[in-house]
Ligand binder design. Structure first.
Ligand code: GUN
Ligand code: ZN
Length: 426
């Protein structure tokens, strides 16, 4: 492997999450000692090119190079149940999710869906995801085998759910923890793969299982934790009945040692400021899943309070509660949810901030600052080549765009997988 450069419009992010844009940019990549390709240099072509004589340059006129998108919360086994209507979260789990996930006891089915899932991520420019598998260890092997073959930075784990779950997905407390530890040994830190300890949510896990998950998280501090919290009012009420002694839903996870950096909780809609302070103090992150929250009618994430309290957060698809793998659709839904002003103050999230929450900000929330998401020198060369004129309406809109924010907003509002011309991974 040798140095390779790409000349196009270039979007990067600085350490404060501010966008850096070059209308004529150059991205220089090269192999690291570990075989992973990294960003060697990036910036305006006029400033960068002279430092890299002889490096082959691929010219991509009219194209925009940007960091690969990061999906902070997705269920790969729910690929086939996108768009399944229900009267809210709990009936949706019962009627669609658990039957679909039960099929992942079959390794051949798991492998087929995993292949399709990773193809779909690539088509949509998503280069890293924090993913749920199912309760079947074979579903985790299928996920990581595919990710490794493709050289991707991916994080995932076996779902823990030993109660309030039907036959076919319910696991056994002791065995589920032994399986989790075996899977950590098999997959965590292999190449660019990371393991996530995955209690589904408090109602589906016994105290013993949550306690065991917390102990595993303490013994393996480099692993991730992923779960759900405060998504839906019926769910919150159920948790209050199950844990009357806890101060809040989030507090249940604290009691079992499940809040720390690299712990990521999907939704976080029904939190109060005490919960948000607990998230910040422990380094726990929220995976905001707007297409899912709108589709299931769960509620509206409060971006203003998240920013005010300094709680880590980033964007996620939450397929199959979410309706799209496409980061443009997720960012647009995040904008809609921000605008909503009945359940909390409405605000207009800046296009570059929406974009950062799905790239560098998501990396920071995952504890992968300086590794992916910004295209800063030294970070891994996971990026997308976008065609901002992929459709007639986009071409028309882009021609009138005034500055970076208008360019990014046109892509967020009108863009889809047709914009993603190429997804390059390190
Ligand atoms: N809460 C528990 N399980 C799930 C799930 O699969 N999807 C969503 N959106 N919420 C959950
Ligand atoms: Zn989810």
């Amino acid at each position: 492997m040798t140095l390779q450069a790409y000349r196009a419009q270039l979007l990067r992010f600085d350490a404060d999450g501010q966008p850096l844009y070059d209308s004529d940019g150059l991205l220089v990549t090269g192999p690291g000692a570990d075989g992973v390709r990294r960003v060697v240099d990036a910036g305006a072509h006029g400033a960068v090119a002279a430092h890299h004589p002889g490096v082959p340059v691929e010219r991509l006129p009219g194209r925009l190079i940007a960091p690969g998108f990061i999906d902070m919360h997705v269920h790969y086994p729910q690929t086939d149940i996108i768009g399944s209507p229900a009267e809210g979260l709990l009936p949706w789990l019962e009627n669609y999710t658990f039957p679909a996930e039960a099929r992942f006891a079959d390794p051949a089915h798991a492998a087929e869906v995993a292949r399709f899932f990773f193809d779909e991520l690539a088509r949509n420019g998503v280069t890293t995801a924090l993913a749920f598998a199912t309760s079947h260890p074979a579903s985790v092997d299928a996920f990581f085998s595919q990710a490794r073959q493709r050289g991707l930075r991916m994080i995932g784990g076996k779902v823990l759910q030993d109660r309030h779950s039907p036959d076919g997905v319910r696991d056994q407390t002791e065995q589920s923890l032994l399986n989790t530890e075996a899977l950590i040994t098999r997959w965590h830190g292999k190449g660019r793969l990371g393991y996530a300890i995955t209690p589904r949510f408090a109602p589906s896990c016994s105290d013993a299982q949550l306690r065991g998950a917390g102990e595993l998280a303490r013994r393996h501090p480099g692993t991730w934790i992923q779960s759900h919290v405060a998504e839906n009012k019926d769910e919150v009420r159920w948790v209050r009945e199950l844990y009357p002694q806890a101060r809040s839903y989030l507090d249940v996870y604290r009691r079992f040692g499940l809040l720390r950096s690299r712990a990521v909780y999907a939704h976080c809609i029904y939190l109060d400021d005490t919960d948000r302070a607990l998230m910040r103090e422990t380094g726990t992150a929220a995976a905001v899943s707007p297409t899912s929250n709108l589709f299931l009618g769960s509620g509206f994430f409060d971006y203003g309070s998240a920013a005010r309290t300094g709680m880590l957060h980033g964007l996620a698809s939450d397929v199959g509660g979410g309706t799209s793998f496409c980061p443009f659709h997720t960012m647009l839904a995040a904008y809609y949810v921000g605008r909503e002003g009945q359940s909390k103050p409405g605000l207009s999230l800046a296009p570059s901030q929406l974009w950062w929450r799905h790239t560098g900000g998501a990396a920071r929330a995952l504890g992968l600052d300086g590794v992916i998401g910004t295209l800063q020198p030294g970070t891994e060369a996971d990026f997308v080549v976008l065609d901002p004129r992929a459709t007639p309406l986009l071409a028309r809109k882009i021609a009138q765009a005034n500055g970076l924010e208008e360019l990014l907003f046109a892509l967020i509002v009108l863009g889809d997988d047709r914009v993603v011309e190429r997804t390059v991974t390190a």
